[in-house]
Ligand binder design. Structure first.
Ligand SMILES: *[C@@H]1O[C@H](CO)[C@@H](O)[C@H](O)[C@H]1NC(C)=O
Length: 211
């Protein structure tokens, strides 16, 4: 779990921090080679391994979610929106939509807490930071959805990692203020859904990579 998190967080940062894309290619290749064959994209109905049954569609989704931060959450968020063979691009849009929904929910919680007359100065400061972070998460997800719509999954992957940085910055704001975050469960769910998006985007970037 801890190990997975590190890979998910570190890989895009390494790629982004390099001025030249050349150095990023080898580590990228390594990742591609590690991809299990079962994680292949939706096979055609004539594919021997794939087949066109509900069980094989389910197996496709499980494979797509296998590297996710929380595989069960990944499968459960996507499954209701998929009929028939898995389209991984549709799947990642759904997971991003689920991430957007929890972001909206937390933003409303933050607004309600900010409006309370009895909050302390520290709480107000932390909530103000979180309001900014969550607004940035909304912008980032919208930006990434645009990239996915333009078939630039790699670009979406590179940009999406900042969602987790903003989520962390909000948690840190409360820690540094000496308090505890008033919405720990939703913050954790956002972290998991965001991590799932990142894992699927990484997976799709590999599949569509021209390297
Ligand atoms: C997000 O919320 C909207 C509105 O409630 C809902 O229609 C949609 O299905 C949700 N998306 C996901 C991926 O759960």
């Amino acid at each position: 779990m801890e190990f997975n998190k590190k890979i998910i967080l570190v890989v895009p940062l390494i790629c982004c921090s390099l001025l030249s894309g050349i150095d990023a290619v080898p580590s990228y290749r390594v990742k591609l080679l590690e991809e299990p064959p079962s994680a292949a994209p939706a096979p055609s109905p004539s594919d021997d391994l794939g087949g066109n049954t509900a069980a094989s569609h389910n197996a496709q989704l499980t494979a797509l979610c296998s590297d996710a931060e929380s595989p069960p959450l990944c499968v459960n968020a996507i499954a209701p929106f998929i009929q028939g063979a898995l389209d991984p691009v549709v799947a990642v849009k759904v997971e991003m939509g689920a991430t957007m929904n929890i972001t909206t929910k937390v933003s409303e919680t933050i607004k309600a807490l900010q409006a309370k007359p009895d909050i302390t100065k520290d709480e107000k400061a932390s909530l103000d930071i979180c309001a900014d972070q969550y607004s940035s998460i909304v912008d980032t997800i919208n930006d990434c959805l645009d990239s996915v719509k333009q078939n630039d999954v790699y670009d979406a992957w590179m940009k999406f990692s900042s969602v987790l940085s903003y989520q962390q910055a909000c948690e840190d704001a409360f820690k540094e203020g000496g308090g505890s975050i008033p919405f720990p469960e939703d913050s954790k769910t956002l972290f998991q859904l965001g991590g799932n998006c990142l894992a699927i985007l990484m997976h799709l970037s590999g599949e569509t990579s021209t390297y």
